[in-house]
Design a protein around this ligand. Structure first.
Ligand code: FAD
Length: 480
């Protein structure tokens, strides 16, 4: 006999967990199915030898109100940690030297990161015409508005830090929609930011300023957040370690089959299914969608990332007074950057020690993921000694984590992907496809999407009808 539930959520990463939290708030009957034996997806905090480190993301940006709202709801289970203000300082490597990224007009004028020609060019930015190509690459967009040196020493390292990506591939309309909209709505990035701030102040005159830094984690690490979501959503609503999941539409819902963690067959009948898995994991889950259609969805490029955690009981190098240092592609280094988590998060390293996070790979250096542990250790030793002011490399903690599909790259192909997803949604309104293939890659985006997915599941929440459960296996054929 199959299990019956109203909604099945596939994946217990941050998106699936947030969806589950809000489904539980709405008293909807649901089950979360996760292939791994543990929750959290990319978010995994570990503690060892006095260090607390993240295997995946280390901090998020509170770019929407849902993050603070969620932490407030999770208060009994976990506490929001706002990063120390040192996080606002970021170093950029230029000619083998760390230079702080300018934070104001004066530092912007005198920074050696940008050429004088581009500094003058930036003054003219508000008067430049908006672009007309909606699929213009980020590199072209920035060159057109701000100049080459701004692209190489501000946007390129920023994109390496966020997307491990290539500005020549990413399309602002999809990858940085706020930036794109500033140009489209106000005609200028600088003028648009000023106007937007004024409009907000007028609209919400009494709104008190958000206190504390917008860079966030959870006290004790991000796994505290995912564990709290698991707790608040009800641990009994989660089935972990399930494999070979496959979804088939039936009348009024879906039949989900797979194998339980104990090797027994699993069969669930649900009114609605929400997927939160990556694009590359969808085809196996949705065998009723034909290959040609699915290709427009699962051709999404993911950056490969190697994240290396390095801990020192006693730190004798370069003062760690910033978020970290980013290395522009032009500087031709093997690392993309080094973050200093112990400099802005509490209790991440023993007193007087340091926790560093070095990352490598990305879309322009995918071969780095194939390097052996020994090779990677050699590279990190060289990079840290030359860039961080230490003479010998003797870390007290050294861990390597490799991600084959770390960060999705929102390029021009998003247009066809979103059209296909919309067509699928029309054809199967009770199949809700979420996950990082749309709506943003950061943790705040995932939290916001998780809430939205739960709201969509609430719509027209018809009582599940158990009659006529024969699969409707007609394959979907969409217009190309
Ligand atoms: C190395 C790395 C560093 C990052 N750094 C940052 C950062 O600093 N700041 C930031 O904001 N974001 C960062 N991100 C992005 C952020 O981690 C993600 O956006 C977020 O955690 C993704 O959550 P998710 O639930 O959408 O996906 P995931 O965490 O990938 O969760 C998806 C879940 O679905 C499960 N699943 C997949 N297929 C199936 C299946 N067939 N059946 C059942 N279960 C399945 C997976 O096992 C997984 O648990 C980073 C990501 C990586 C990989």
């Amino acid at each position: 006999m199959p299990l019956y539930t109203n909604t099945v959520v596939i994946g217990a990463g941050l998106t699936g967990l947030t969806t589950a939290h809000y489904l539980n708030n709405s008293k909807i009957d649901f089950l979360v199915l996760e292939q791994k034996p543990l929750i959290g997806g990319a978010i995994q905090t570990e503690s060892d030898k006095g260090f607390t480190y993240e295997k995946g993301p280390s901090t998020g940006v509170m770019s929407n109100d849902t993050v603070a709202e969620l932490f407030a709801e999770l208060k009994p289970y976990c506490k929001l940690e706002r990063a120390a203000d040192s996080v606002n300082k970021r170093y950029i490597l230029k000619n083998a030297e760390w230079t702080p990224l300018p934070s104001g007009v004066l530092s912007g004028i005198f920074t050696p990161l940008f050429t004088w020609q581009d500094k003058l060019r930036i003054l003219g930015e508000p008067f430049r015409k908006p672009g007309t190509n909606p699929n213009e690459s980020l590199a072209e967009f920035v060159k057109r508005r701000m100049g080459n040196s701004f692209l190489d020493y501000a946007i390129d390292p920023f994109i390496l830090g966020v997307y491990a990506g290539n500005p020549a591939y990413l399309v602002p309309r999809f990858a940085l929609p706020k930036l794109y909209n500033l140009e489209q709505k106000y005609g200028s990035l600088i003028g648009g930011s000023i106007k937007m701030k004024r409009e907000k102040a007028k609209q919400f005159p009494k709104q008190t300023k958000d206190k504390g830094n917008r860079i966030f984690s959870a006290e004790g690490g991000l796994s505290q957040l995912t564990a709290a979501l698991n707790e608040s959503a009800g641990k009994n609503n989660f089935l972990l370690g399930v494999s070979q999941l496959s979804i088939i539409p039936i009348e009024n819902g879906f039949r989900i089959s797979g194998v339980n963690s104990d090797g027994k067959d699993l069969e669930i009948v649900a009114n609605k299914v929400i997927t939160t898995v990556g694009a590359h994991q969808l085809a196996e889950l949705l065998p009723f969608v034909n290959k040609k259609t699915m290709q427009k969805v699962d051709n999404l490029v993911y950056a490969k990332v190697v994240q290396i955690t390095v801990g020192f009981n006693e730190w004798k190098g370069f003062p760690l007074d910033a978020f970290g240092g980013l290395i522009p592609f032009k500087e031709k280094h093997d690392s993309l950057g080094v973050l200093f988590p112990s400099a802005f998060l509490k209790n991440r390293a023993p007193h007087g020690g340091a926790l560093l996070s070095v990352f490598m790979g990305g879309v322009r250096r995918p071969e780095m993921i194939k390097k052996s542990d020994e090779e990677l250790k050699g590279i990190v030793a060289k990079e840290i000694c030359s860039l961080m002011g230490i003479s010998t490399f003797k870390p007290d903690l050294f861990k390597i984590f490799r991600y084959q599909e770390a960060i999705p790259q929102y390029g021009a192909d998003c247009e066809a992907r979103f059209t296909t997803l919309d067509e699928l949604a029309k054809q199967y309104p009770n199949l809700i496809i979420g996950g990082n293939l749309r709506d943003g890659i950061g943790m705040a985006d995932r939290i916001q999407q998780g809430k939205k997915l739960a709201e969509e599941a609430k719509k027209e929440n018809l009582e599940f009808q158990t009659k006529n459960l024969e699969p409707q296996v007609e394959a979907v054929e969409l217009e190309s």
